[in-house]
Ligand binder design. Structure first.
Ligand SMILES: *[C@@H]1O[C@H](CO)[C@@H](O)[C@H](O)[C@H]1NC(C)=O
Ligand SMILES: *[C@@H]1O[C@H](CO)[C@@H](O)[C@H](O)[C@H]1NC(C)=O
Ligand SMILES: *[C@@H]1O[C@H](CO)[C@@H](O)[C@H](O)[C@H]1NC(C)=O
Ligand SMILES: *[C@@H]1O[C@H](CO)[C@@H](O)[C@H](O)[C@H]1NC(C)=O
Ligand SMILES: *[C@@H]1O[C@H](CO)[C@@H](O)[C@H](O)[C@H]1NC(C)=O
Length: 477
């Protein structure tokens, strides 16, 4: 009897470990006018057996909803906060006290990592965070250690894959970017000494987007690509080649065994000719199949810990990188799945479980009033609507690109109306618009009904998207 009990116990511990090791993670960003409630998200993750979530801040109202769920949480510190922690250890101690240890009561939040900054050394940041990031990392880890939780909770820095390269040669030529090599070597050694992981974001989609000559098949995992031969090692997908370039780089930095986590990986579904549900499905299906084999990469066989990018679309993200930037969700803005796939990689092709108990705004849309004869005022009003909402689905290659002129205007008006919580005054446009109760969607082009935004965040359309919207507009007219 006792022996059976021990066996059952051992078995359940093993099961829990397998579940954790195998468990896939997902990024949840909230740069949207209306966000799902964190309790809805926690349930969604459980329903889909997603066992880890990576957040981009540490908002305590959000984090507390992961208490008691067992879901592993990676908290984030935004780049804009790095200088607060780089030269002030007390700030780091206060942060850990308020945003980490407060959640660690019995039955609390399973916090595992703190992401200090997000891709802070991205080339396009022009070195803005080069001085602050590493000192901030050190202070946060020191504060975690001082609070007695440093063994369990590790600080790290999610890096974009642009911190290393291999020129135009194979992965074995890989090394950290020359302008930041010394700094990266210090960081890698610090991470190694603290048994923390190196977190890297890898985007085959962006390779394809940035380089029209990039071999399409190499972005996927279907085996159709012409392999790259790197001194006898064959690479037939970009993911393996990229990860092994990093592994060569950390080898050269004297820390060959540092744990690596893929902090972001995914494929967008709109806003570009290569961003659609079909290609996203192809990418994820292949990726999940690969993950299920636990084959790893040629240099590092075995399971890989990954966080998908992303859970939902975010209609207020900057579109400086491209119109696809607001469409990374595996789920739409309202938590409904976009395409069938199987997170376990076992090939069971079914729709992921959508968000439950989502509250929608009333079933009404804002469209161009077809009685209007004088269209002179239309361009400036569309301009206004797009600059303050999200018209990225109208652009070339996108789901709403085939609308006629009338449809384009209605789409812009409706997005503005919905993102402003269907405020009656947000459907005026100098008398050009009217509210209708007939579904304005056309074919594959969804005219969304927004959700009731959860939480204490203000849901105003902010100036952040103004420039982005104006850029979209240039494409519109
Ligand atoms: C969140 O933190 C603030 C201080 O920043 C505190 O006043 C509030 O009580 C905290 N809320 C929760 C739910 O812990
Ligand atoms: C805790 O995190 C929140 C959200 O990121 C931040 O606004 C707040 O300043 C942090 N608290 C401290 C004491 O740093
Ligand atoms: C970086 O420099 C470029 C070119 O000078 C500029 O356009 C861009 O706004 C800068 N970015 C940041 C984040 O400072
Ligand atoms: C409107 O129609 C679209 C496509 O036909 C559909 O996907 C969407 O669910 C409909 N919206 C509502 C609120 O019924
Ligand atoms: C609608 O907008 C799209 C995206 O800018 C544009 O390509 C298309 O030509 C527009 N259609 C009409 C009829 O104006």
């Amino acid at each position: 009897m006792a022996r059976a009990m021990v066996l059952i116990w051992a078995y359940s511990v093993l099961l829990a470990m397998v579940y954790l090791v195998d468990g896939i993670g997902v990024n949840w960003g909230t740069q949207a006018t209306q966000n799902l409630h964190p309790s809805v998200v926690a349930q969604m993750l459980k329903d889909n057996k997603i066992s880890k979530v990576k957040l981009f801040d540490s908002d305590n109202w959000t984090v507390k909803y992961f208490a008691g769920t067992g879901i592993e949480v990676m908290l984030g510190i935004p780049n804009s906060q790095l200088n607060r922690f780089s030269d002030n250890y007390d700030n780091a101690k206060d942060w850990v006290k308020e945003n980490v240890t407060k959640h660690l009561y019995d039955g609390g939040v399973n916090i595992k990592y703190v992401a200090v900054g997000n891709e802070p050394f991205l080339k396009s940041y022009n070195g803005s965070h080069l001085k602050t990031t590493f000192p901030a990392l050190k202070n946060i880890q020191k504060a975690l250690d001082a609070a007695g939780v440093g063994d369990k909770i590790k600080a790290t820095i999610p890096q974009n894959a642009d911190v290393y390269d291999s020129g135009s040669q194979g992965p074995s030529a890989g090394d950290f970017r020359s302008d930041i090599r010394a700094l990266m070597i210090d960081i890698v050694r610090f991470i190694k000494d603290n048994s923390a992981p190196f977190v890297v974001n890898i985007y085959p989609f962006l390779s394809l987007y940035d380089n029209p000559d990039f071999p399409v098949e190499f972005a996927f995992f279907d085996g159709g690509a012409k392999p790259i031969n790197d001194k006898g090692t064959q690479y037939n997908n970009m993911f393996d080649a990229n990860l092994d370039t990093l592994i060569w780089s950390i080898k050269k930095a004297g820390a060959p065994n540092v744990k690596i986590i893929v902090g972001e990986i995914g494929w967008p579904t709109d806003g570009n000719i290569n961003a659609n549900a079909k290609m996203a499905k192809r990418f994820y299906d292949g990726f999940f199949r690969k993950m299920a084999t636990n084959k790893g990469t040629p240099l590092r066989p075995g399971p890989i810990e990954v966080y998908l990018f992303s859970l939902t679309d975010e209609n207020q993200k900057s579109i400086a990188p491209g119109d696809f930037e607001r469409h990374w969700g595996i789920f739409r803005y309202d938590g409904q799945p976009k395409f069938p796939t199987d997170f376990t990689g076992k090939g069971q092709d079914k729709m992921p479980v959508g968000a439950k108990n989502v509250q929608y705004l009333p079933q009404q849309w804002c469209v161009l009033n077809s009685d209007i004869k004088n269209m002179n005022l239309v361009p400036e009003n569309v301009n206004y609507a797009c600059s303050l909402s999200d018209c990225t689905s109208l652009t070339y290659g996108s789901t709403c690109n085939k609308l006629d002129g009338h449809g384009n205007v209605s789409y812009a008006f409706n997005m503005y109306f919905q993102m402003n919580n269907q405020d009656v005054e947000a459907c005026n446009f100098q008398g050009l618009a009217k509210i209708v109760t007939r579904n304005a969607s056309q074919g594959d082009c969804l005219f969304p009904i927004q959700i009731v935004s959860a939480g204490r965040r203000l849901t105003m359309v902010t100036g952040v998207s103004v420039l982005a919207g104006l850029l979209t507009l240039l494409a519109l007219f």
